[in-house]
Design a binder for this molecule. Structure first.
Ligand SMILES: Cc1cc2nc3c(=O)[nH]c(=O)nc-3n(C[C@H](O)[C@H](O)[C@H](O)COP(=O)(O)OP(=O)(O)OC[C@H]3O[C@@H](n4cnc5c(N)ncnc54)[C@H](O)[C@@H]3O)c2cc1C
Length: 485
């Protein structure tokens, strides 16, 4: 019997993998909120060529593909049932860094954490960051994230000088702001092409600390008055809202404005990583890894009403109106202080609901949203208010106004009622000319998406979809749910 040659065996092996996806690639994945799960075949290419091969396998096996970064989108944008999952994790090289110009070039799997760790000691900082440092550049640009400086610095996409993207049909796109496709690929929730490499302009900083001013607004009027007072003055603004506050206390919370420091602060080595690293303990003694277990005990209506009230009350007494220095990492990534905090929502998980409302209507709509939650007995346990500005990206979520992000715990029985509440809140937002954000969504209906994106944006999306992904390979559970593909 003739012994097969090595190259014949390799060709045979290649045809086998194309006929049958290997079952040991099957992984059960979920969004950050643990509410929706999907089984998919996970591939983690480490080069553009390998990524292209994954698209070829998908085409030959008639499987759809979902792109995935660090899985930090809350809902179902990063999962796809029965799909091939094309994961960024191993395309994680920083390719070039110029500490004089502050321009960095990196692959899609590089995270926000990798970025700041690479550039801060040279006096640079990512121009826009999310409330967590774990998202990858692919995910960051697919959603076009905003930070607490959205009203003055725009979205992450506005700081991209060039990007490279691989279309499912195998074409490599090099895009800059001069190209129409640049404005579509960024923000299109991973449905047009895989972003593989990005060149970004970092922001110059002279200190690793910010000057932070805490204030404790007592109601909605004070909240919005403070935002207006610091607009155009502060580099960052964010406020937490106590959703259990009612009547005169409705809208109370904890506002923070922050400024970059032009001169190095009293701490001479603030740009060093050791100054930035988050502490291992909370309040000096609680090991951080234990905190979510403690949080879980309070993670019910009564416990959260108490926590929200104590946060507001302590904010009125401690430090109110007194500026203090805080590290860039400490201020920016507050939620990363508590590892695995989302486990406190297990076993059923949680959703985040974030709506963006024009400034003329924001106070009325958000106050109404919270009244509706209280009437339904479904108060959000964590609510965050931010100021935004509009941008030109195709699936933009931002408006000249405010957003309110609301975390809702899922229990054994509350999903139908919670979904109904979210749909009612959607109606309010749409009537006010507001928008939504796919990174945070779990409840939008196809009609809601058509209403806020508009027919023109959807037609442009369909045109690019036909051009870059004619076989309709790229999808996600979100895209299927809201009928985007
Ligand atoms: C605690 C927390 C705080 C957050 N705070 C903020 C905030 O302040 N502001 C904000 O804007 N967002 C915030 N987010 C949301 C988060 O920044 C976004 O969901 C971001 O997209 C997550 O990136 P990821 O790498 O985890 O991507 P994933 O969640 O895995 O994927 C997100 C989307 O990107 C697509 N995608 C992934 N890789 C690629 C690629 N290479 N090319 C093209 N598409 C791709 C996926 O298909 C999916 O549609 C927060 C999330 C958490 C968990």
């Amino acid at each position: 019997m003739a012994i097969p040659k090595a190259q014949d065996l390799a060709a045979w092996a290649a045809t086998r993998t194309r006929k049958h996806l290997e079952t040991d690639r099957i992984g059960r994945l979920s969004g950050f909120g643990f509410t929706k799960h999907a089984d998919g075949y996970v591939y983690r290419p480490s080069t553009l060529e390998e990524a292209r091969e994954v698209f070829e396998i998908a085409r030959s096996l008639k499987r759809q593909v979902v792109l995935r970064g660090a899985g930090r989108s809350y809902g179902d944008a990063n999962i796809g049932s029965e799909c091939i999952v094309l994961d960024n994790a191993r395309m994680n090289q920083i390719l070039d860094w110029n500490p004089v110009t502050g321009v960095i070039e990196a692959e899609c799997g590089v995270t926000i954490e990798d970025l700041w760790r690479h550039v801060l000691e040279d006096g640079w900082w990512p121009p826009v960051v999310s409330g967590t440092m774990y998202p990858t550049l692919g995910g960051v640009l697919a959603m076009n994230i905003h930070g607490k400086n959205n009203y003055c610095s725009g979205t992450f996409g506005e700081h991209v000088l060039e990007l490279e993207a691989l279309t499912p049909s195998g074409q490599i796109l090099i895009l800059t702001a001069k190209d129409e496709a640049f404005w579509a690929v960024i923000s299109s929730a991973g449905l047009l092409a895989m972003i593989t490499r990005v060149k970004i302009q970092m922001k110059k900083v002279h200190s690793g600390d910010l000057r932070v001013l805490p204030l404790a607004p007592a109601n909605w009027d004070e909240q919005f008055a403070i935002f207006e007072q610091f607009e155009g003055i502060a580099d960052y603004m964010v406020s937490w809202i106590d959703c259990f506050g009612s009547e005169k206390g409705a809208g109370r919370g904890a506002f923070h404005a922050a400024w970059y420091l032009d001169e190095p602060s009293e701490h001479p080595r603030t740009l060093e990583q050791s100054h930035q690293d988050l502490p291992d303990t909370i309040m000096g003694f609680w090991p951080k890894s234990m905190v979510w277990r403690l949080l879980k005990k309070f993670n019910n209506r009564l416990g959260m009403e108490f926590i929200n009230w104590s946060k507001y009350a302590s904010g009125r007494i401690l430090g109110n109106g007194k500026p203090h220095p805080q590290s860039l990492v400490g201020f920016s990534f507050l939620l990363d202080y508590v590892p695995n905090w989302r486990n406190a929502y297990l076993p059923y998980g949680f959703i985040q609901y974030q709506s963006f409302v024009p400034k003329e209507h924001a106070k009325r709509v958000f106050a109404q949203q919270i009244k509706m939650q209280q009437a339904a007995g479904l108060e959000s346990y964590l609510a965050v208010l931010k100021r935004h500005r509009p941008d030109k990206f195709l699936f933009s979520h931002a408006v000249d106004g405010y957003s309110l992000a609301l975390d809702f715990k899922i229990t054994k029985n509350n999903w139908p009622k919670l979904q109904q509440l979210c749909h009612q809140m959607n109606d309010l937002v749409l009537q006010a000319g507001g928008r939504f954000y796919f990174a945070k969504d779990s409840t939008l209906r196809p009609a809601d998406v058509r209403a806020y994106l508009g027919e023109e944006a959807l037609a442009t999306f369909s045109r690019f979809k036909a051009q870059f992904d004619p076989d309709n390979l790229l999808t996600s559970e979100l895209a299927r749910r809201v009928k985007l593909v």
